[in-house]
Design a binder for this molecule. Structure first.
Ligand code: ADP
Ligand code: MG
Length: 140
C-alpha cells in the first residue's frame, strides 16, 4: 500500500440534492484528504471526452447528458490506497446492489444517477485528474 491520489466526482443528482458536504464527510471519515476541489459545469462534449472509454455502451449518450445537466463537484482525494479505498466506500455501481453504509447506497437514486464517480485504477486516476486540474491546483 502507498499514498495515492484518485479523481472523485460528486455527480449532478447529488449536488441537486444538496448532499456535497455529507458525501465529503464520508471521504474524511475514511482518511481520504480532499486536496483539490471545484464545483463546475461541463458541456456534453466535455462529458463525452471524459467518458470516452464507454463510447460503445448503450448508456453512453445518457450518462454524458446527465453529467452535463447541472453542477458537479470534481475533486482529488489523497490517502493510503486511495483508489481502492474510494471504490470501496462508494459501493457498487447500482445503488440497489451497493453495501449498506456506502455512498451510493445512501445517496444514489439509480444505476445512472448514482451520486459519485471514482477512478478505477492508479493509471486512470492520473489521466482523470489531469483532465480537470493542473498541478498548481493540487495542494496536498
Ligand atoms: P463505475 O462508475 O462504478 O466505475 P462504470 O464505469 O461501469 O461504473 O460506468 C460509468 C457510469 O455509467 C456509472 O457510474 C453509471 O452512472 C453509468 N452506468 C453504468 N452502467 C449503466 C447502465 N447499465 N445503465 C445506465 N447507466 C449506467
Ligand atoms: Mg468506471
Amino acid at each position: 500500500m502507498s499514498e495515492q491520489r484518485t479523481l472523485s466526482i460528486i455527480k449532478q443528482d447529488a449536488t441537486a440534492r444538496n448532499v456535497t458536504g455529507s458525501i465529503n464527510a464520508r471521504f474524511e471519515q475514511a482518511d481520504l484528504r480532499i486536496i483539490a476541489q471545484k464545483r463546475i459545469c461541463v458541456t456534453k462534449e466535455q462529458a463525452k471526452k471524459f467518458y470516452e472509454i464507454h463510447r460503445e455502451k448503450a448508456f453512453y449518450d445518457s450518462i454524458c447528458e446527465h453529467m452535463s445537466s447541472g453542477p458537479i463537484v470534481v475533486q482529488v482525494l489523497q490517502g493510503e490506497d486511495a483508489v481502492a479505498k474510494n471504490r470501496e466506500i462508494m459501493g457498487a455501481t447500482n445503488p440497489a446492489n451497493a453495501a449498506i453504509g456506502t455512498i451510493r447506497r445512501d445517496f444514489g437514486q439509480s444505476i445512472e444517477h448514482n451520486a459519485v464517480h471514482g477512478s478505477d485504477s492508479e493509471e486512470n486516476a492520473a489521466i482523470e485528474i489531469a483532465f480537470f486540474f493542473n498541478s498548481l491546483e493540487l495542494v496536498g
